[in-house]
Design a protein around this ligand. Structure first.
Ligand SMILES: Cc1cc2nc3c(=O)[nH]c(=O)nc-3n(C[C@H](O)[C@H](O)[C@H](O)COP(=O)(O)O)c2cc1C
Length: 254
């Protein structure tokens, strides 16, 4: 199964079989992640794959999600690091989904006692063999219509990429990411929360990266190289729409 196909069956899984995954799957995930180039390649990042028992001591309390494994994403804390980790984590989610593994982003975990000498904790994703069915197809998703999320040439050749981004996970299912299609570019914005809520803003920057991962996976399947960049100056939209990044979609050769 390709990453693109995984988009249509993925869901946030909240009940898992307790048995650990085969070591070959964990090794495959390490290889997959190690070869990824993050959208902002200059930001240093890293990851750990920890068991439930190994992640618990670094957290303020044990995870409510009883997953046998947790992918911990770490990064230098600079502008763009959350979007980077959202992209990296969602690429891992799609890869795991394609292997039949269930996943659930864990935006609510608080890291309190981290290991020595590691990059700062950003976010974690629980994963393992699902004890509940995955989705069957795109119709199984309860999502806002594309017309509420995207403006510009949304009926043109980039539509499948937008449809894939629409199905991306988002913290509390709020779908805060908006898209403006301008030629071969898709600008991504994050709708500012009505009240200043730092934890929600933090998670929604991760949402932007996850949506961008779906754009990339769909773009590849549709014959595009999708380059993610942060334009300076940022293309302005509305006061309450915070610019996140731009996906430049270039037809692949051959
Ligand atoms: C950054 C981020 C953080 C999330 N945090 C949590 C969480 O702490 N607990 C949880 O159960 N689900 C969490 N989710 C999953 C969302 O609730 C879920 O993506 C959304 O409700 C849509 O459902 P779906 O993923 O099944 O399509 C998170 C998702 C994202 C992208």
């Amino acid at each position: 199964m390709q990453l693109y196909d995984a988009i249509f069956i993925r869901k946030s899984v909240r009940s898992f079989e307790s048995a650990p995954l085969d070591q070959s799957v964990l090794d495959g995930l390490v290889d997959f992640l190690s070869e990824l180039e993050a959208p902002q390649g200059e930001i240093d990042w890293d990851f750990d794959i920890l068991s439930y028992d190994d992640i618990t001591p670094i957290l303020a309390g044990p995870p409510k999600l009883l997953a046998p494994h947790f992918l911990v994403l770490r990064s230098q804390k600079v502008k763009g690091c959350l979007q980077n980790c959202g992209w990296l984590g969602e690429m891992a989610v799609l890869w795991l989904t394609a292997q039949g593994v269930g996943t659930c982003w864990q935006g609510g975990l608080e890291c309190q006692h981290d290991f020595d000498g590691v990059l700062p904790y950003i976010v974690a994703i629980g994963f393992g063999r699902p004890a509940e069915p995955m989705r069957a197809c795109a119709e199984d998703f309860d999502r806002k219509a594309l017309g509420r999320l995207a403006l510009g040439d949304t009926k043109g050749p980039l539509r499948p990429l937008l449809e894939a981004a629409r199905l991306a996970p988002s913290s509390m299912g709020m779908q805060p990411i908006r898209y403006i299609v301008a030629g071969n570019r898709i600008h991504l914005y994050r709708k500012k929360p009505l009240l200043p809520m730092p934890q929600l803003s933090y998670s929604q920057c991760i949402d932007a990266g996850a949506a961008a991962a779906h754009l990339c996976a769909a773009g590849k399947a549709q014959g595009y190289d999708v380059l993610l960049e942060r334009l300076e100056p940022a293309p302005e939209y509305k006061k309450n729409m915070l610019y996140q990044m731009t996906a430049r979609c270039i037809r692949s050769e051959g």
